[in-house]
Every structure is written in C-alpha cells, then in structure tokens.
Design a binder for this molecule. Structure first.
Ligand code: UT7
Length: 306
C-alpha cells in the first residue's frame, strides 16, 4: 500500500508522510491471513538459511502484539504449523520492542542450558488494530514478519566472540497511555485500536534508544566505532537519524527500511536484518547493534557478533 493509496482513505499526502516519517509504502496482510501465517514464511526461510529442519528447534519465541487469538500463544500455533510438538513455545508482548525482548529471552535460555536452538520471530498484522479514519496513526504502520535462529554451542574460553554478546532491556509503565490500544480482553472485551500521542513518543524515543545502546556498549567494552552495522527499530526516519547523530553512528552504517515497510512493530528489526543480509551488507563476523522502542514504554538493545 503506497502513500498515494492512503490519500484515498484519509486526508493526507505522500509529501507529508515522506517528510515527517520517511515512509513510502507498507505491506498489508491479505484477508484471512493471520500473524502465524506470516511467521511461518519467515520461520521457513530462516530454517533454510541455517540449513536446519523445524525438528532441530526446541524453543520458539514470537514477539507480537497482534496475536492470531487471545490464546493460545501465536508461537504455539506456529509450532503446529511447523509440524513439531517438542520443546517450548511462547509469545513475548513488548510491542515494538518484542523482537529485541525475544532475542534477549532466547539468549538467556540458551546460555543457561534451557534450550539448544531457538527460533525468534517478530510478526505483526498491525493493520487489524489501526483506526483507518485516524490519519495520525494509520499512515505509520504495516504488516510483516522476520525470523532469526540462535544456537547454543560449547566453545573454549579463548574462542572468538560469537552470537549475542549482551542485551539491555527496559520498561517504564508510567508512559503506557502515550501509546496503547483502547480495547482488550479485560478492559473492554473488544480488540480496540491504536491510540498514540505521537509527539510525546517522539520526544522520548531518541534518549531511550541511546541509553540502552550505550549501556550495551559499555558492558562489552566496545564503542560505536567498533560497530559494523546499526539496525534500529524502523518507526520514523527522523528518530533513526536523531539516534544516529546522538550516538555518533554514521548513516553509512545504519540500516534503513522504514521507507519500504513502515513501522511493522516487532517485525521491524528482523525485517531490516533480513534486507541487509540478503543485500550482502551484514556479513559473518560483523558486529551488529539492534535496538527498539515502543508501547509500554519498552526499549532495549542487543549487540550481536553475526
Ligand atoms: O514504535 C514507536 C511507535 N511510534 C513512533 O515512533 C511514533 C513517534 N512519533 C512520530 O513519529 C511523529 O510524532 C509523527 C510522525 C506521528 C507525527 O509527526 P509530527 O512532526 O510530530 O507531527 P504532529 O503530530 O505534530 O502533527 C503536525 C501536523 C498536525 O496539524 P496541525 O495541528 O499542525 O495543523 C496534524 O494534524 O500534521 C497533521 N497530521 C497530518 N497531516 C497529513 C497528522 N497526521 C497527518 C497525516 N497527513 N497523516
């Protein structure tokens, strides 16, 4: 769906959307297509890239805020679609930070021996919770899914660093009413629609993102100069630019896909990782910083040796 397509639905323009957000188009799931369908496509591609079968996976974590159903977890439905019954599968609800929270959670499972191979997915059909009469929100979001596989390996102490090095996660619930859905199981018995004080979210985003990125760098003794790639949450090009400027990360090292996907919430970081690795930009051995910030507020970052 292009910005011009949106002008037929609400009073907006391609110029406004591009100038304020950098978004040029977004993808919308087909009628009847659910979150686990998108997640399944991403999961199969990740398994193929890793040379693995679904039976190799013993942990599935799906970051989503638009689950197929109130319960069971979309991860359980995905597990069935993948044709496996072993291991565990659950969803992580941290809105736009869902994938980063999922990576940190799965990494902890692997490092403590709770699982061996984890499939982490960010998947959303955000179009289903948008108020298509509210131009301030409906132009910003899109649907999508992306997946990553992490495997635990025994390595000698002096082995070169590999995989997720450190993550930093934060939540400050005092901000929840700035970005939320006005429905829910217990509150209204309905699904509801996204409500957002855009300017308020914008105001906090750059500072929160910078805090967790700096925390992760400090814990690993690295600097922004050591980074090969910065893969931020894709909500708004102006937020990405602001965070890059504050952290001193050049645009040439920053992956930007918000123009083609819009804000796909938990799917935005894995989609950006996929685009950059498919295009041959992110390569084995690269040092990659991922970060996200969203409803809650939640925010987090992970440093990964690819
Ligand atoms: O993952 C985290 C989720 N959310 C975010 O990261 C969003 C963070 N916030 C933002 O990205 C920005 O605040 C927005 C893109 C949502 C809005 O940009 P802004 O520069 O903060 O604009 P604004 O809300 O201050 O609105 C400016 C004007 C208003 O008109 P007036 O009052 O100045 O006459 C709005 O009514 O733009 C108007 N406007 C629009 N005009 C055309 C709002 N939405 C639209 C629209 N098309 N779609």
């Amino acid at each position: 769906m292009t910005n011009d397509d949106l002008t037929k639905i609400v009073d907006t323009s391609d110029e406004w959307i591009v100038q304020r957000t950098g978004i040029r188009q977004r993808h919308i799931a087909a009628e009847g297509e659910v979150t686990s369908d998108l997640a399944l496509i991403a999961a199969r591609r990740a398994l193929e890239n890793a040379g693995m079968e679904a039976s190799d996976i013993d942990l599935i974590v799906v970051g989503t805020t638009t689950p197929d159903r109130t319960f069971p977890a979309t991860a359980a439905i995905l597990q069935q679609k993948l044709g496996i019954t072993h291991g565990s599968a659950f969803d992580v609800q941290a809105v736009c930070s869902g994938f980063v929270f999922g990576v940190a959670t799965a990494d902890s499972y692997l490092k403590t021996g709770m699982a061996k191979r984890a499939l982490i997915i960010g998947a959303e059909v955000f179009s289903r919770i948008l108020d298509w009469t509210d131009r301030a929100t409906c132009v910003l979001f899109g649907d999508g899914a992306g997946a990553m596989i992490l495997e635990a390996r025994e390595v000698p102490d002096d082995a070169p660093e590999e995989g997720v090095l450190v993550s930093s996660l934060r939540t400050d619930g005092s901000h929840w009413e700035k970005l939320y859905v006005d429905g829910g199981v217990a509150a209204t018995g309905s699904i509801g629609h996204v409500r957002m004080e855009g300017r308020e979210v914008f105001k906090h985003a750059v500072g929160m993102i910078s805090d967790v990125v700096e925390d992760v760098l400090q814990k690993t003794g690295k600097t922004t100069g050591d980074l090969d790639w910065f893969v931020p949450h894709q909500a708004n090009k102006r937020i990405i630019d602001g965070a890059g400027r504050k952290l001193g990360i050049p645009e040439t090292k920053t992956v930007v896909t918000v123009d083609r996907h819009a804000n796909t919430s938990a799917a935005s970081v894995p989609l950006a990782l996929w685009v950059a690795s498919e295009e041959g930009r992110i390569k084995k051995g690269d040092l990659v910083m991922i970060e996200a910030m969203g409803g809650g507020f939640t925010w987090g970052a992970s440093l990964i040796r690819w």
